[in-house]
Design a protein around this ligand. Structure first.
Ligand code: ADP
Length: 412
């Protein structure tokens, strides 16, 4: 096909010099550009278009037609779109340097079409390869990140295990000397080793209290490490919860009197004998009493309560709601124990966190932030649950539920 620059616009050029200038400018464009009339006759093709369409053959008589030879579309349809007001019609164009996109605009006054060819936004085979490559790269990166995270997690776990082992052996080493010290304090305070002056007795009493605190701390560490390493085995036996809690009250009476905090016990009736680990539940209540006393100012009150309770979630199988409404009173299947104080209270944002390991709301307060974490694990090991109701300035109420029926251990 022949499309020399001079002959490409045959009818509308207004002057040779101006036309020469124009076509040089259009040749300088870095994209193929075509101009055609309504019949599809190509009036102008810049150098890029001629190269891309291989219209170099000067001997060719037949003029290329835009619709037939380039776009392979029906002229009517295209003009229909443009005359309906579409600014630009985009069509795929395979003949220019592989897959391209033709952006077609209509100039109504001369009734010409101007076509810019540009690479299609997605060149399928190349882009698919590139995309596959990118996806592979991303997957590889993710794999590496995952492995690094896993390695970091395993390292942390190992460090955590070592910490637990260290804590456990340190606590174990302290246990015996502390027991010996405690024994001697008791012996001296009993007067068996000779008469004590008032001052000596006071000093010994204070030392014994410090020793008791250390014993509790060591016991906390031992419990924590046993729980952490999975070595703790609970002894489930038929026990009386009233006896269990009464013992705790008797043990704590004196400490509460010394702190001028009123201790009240309110125990419900018809409490069943059920299987639980007596010393471990005592330990839980002791932790709660210890906290209540620590956080309640002089003149305050702490109440220990226990009641039979119907724990709906633990009923298996679930009783249909209709039948439940009809029944007079659901049968208790658990006990609820609470330790309530009139102390400082805890703001809502800490209600979950205080049950986590080493968590203390006030870091300057005494304690290791382990008491509630251990209590929670022990209660959960009994298939129970623990939570707190509290408001700053209005005291706190720690409550835990223990299922009393074996079948109630299974979740509904
Ligand atoms: P710690 O042995 O340090 O007391 P705990 O796990 O027993 O640790 O308690 C965690 C934190 O919860 C405490 O540091 C304290 O801030 C808060 N807390 C626990 N019990 C009470 C309570 N009865 N009143 C106010 N704050 C409490």
């Amino acid at each position: 096909m022949t499309l020399s620059k001079a002959s490409s616009v045959e009818t509308h050029a207004t002057g040779g010099t101006l036309f020469g200038l124009m076509s040089s400018l259009l040749d300088a464009l870095d994209k193929p550009l075509l101009v055609a009339d309504r019949s599809g006759r190509v009036l102008f093709a810049n150098l890029h278009a001629q190269d891309a369409l291989h219209w170099k053959d000067e001997t060719e008589d037949v003029k290329p037609n835009l619709f037939r030879d380039v776009l392979h579309v029906d002229a009517k349809g295209l003009f229909g779109q443009l005359e309906r007001g579409e600014q630009e019609v985009n069509l795929p164009m395979e003949s220019i340097g592989g897959l391209a996109r033709a952006r077609i605009r209509w100039l109504p006054e001369p009734d010409w079409l101007v076509i810019f060819a540009e690479p299609a936004p997605l060149r399928a085979p190349v882009d698919q390869d590139q995309m596959r490559q990118t996806v592979n790269d991303l997957l590889q990166e993710r794999e590496i990140t995952y492995r690094n995270l896993l390695a970091a997690y395993l390292r942390l776990q190992e460090v955590n295990r070592q910490k637990t082992v260290f804590l456990g052996s340190a606590a174990h080493e302290l246990k015996t000397p502390l027991a010996v010290m405690k024994g001697y304090y008791d012996l001296m305070l009993s007067g068996s080793l000779g008469h004590l002056t008032e001052k000596q007795r006071d000093i010994l009493q204070e030392s014994k209290q410090s020793c008791d605190r250390l014993v509790r701390l060591v016991s906390t560490f031992l419990n924590y490490t046993a729980l952490e390493s999975g070595k703790l085995v609970l002894q489930f036996q038929d026990n009386d919860i009233l006896d269990c809690l009464n013992d705790v009250v008797i043990r704590w009476k004196e400490a509460f009197q010394r702190a001028n905090v009123h201790l009240e016990a309110s125990f419900g009736e018809d409490l069943p004998i059920f299987k639980f680990d007596y010393p471990k539940i005592q330990q839980c209540v002791t932790n709660l009493m210890d906290n209540a006393l620590k956080h309640t100012p002089s003149g305050g009150r702490v109440t220990l309560e226990v009641r039979a309770h119907f724990w709906e979630r633990r009923v298996s199988p679930v009783t249909p709601p209709k039948e439940r409404r009809g029944a007079r009173r659901p049968q208790a299947n658990s006990v609820i124990v609470s330790v309530s104080d009139t102390g400082l209270g805890i703001s809502a944002e800490y209600h979950q966190e205080i049950f986590e390991d080493f968590m203390r709301v006030d870091p300057s307060s005494s304690g290791m932030g382990l008491g509630l974490a251990i209590t929670k694990r022990l209660i959960q090991a009994h298939h129970g649950k623990i939570w707190v109701d509290s408001e700053p300035g209005r005291g706190s109420s720690f409550k835990f539920l223990l299922p009393t029926k074996v079948e109630a251990y299974t979740y509904a």
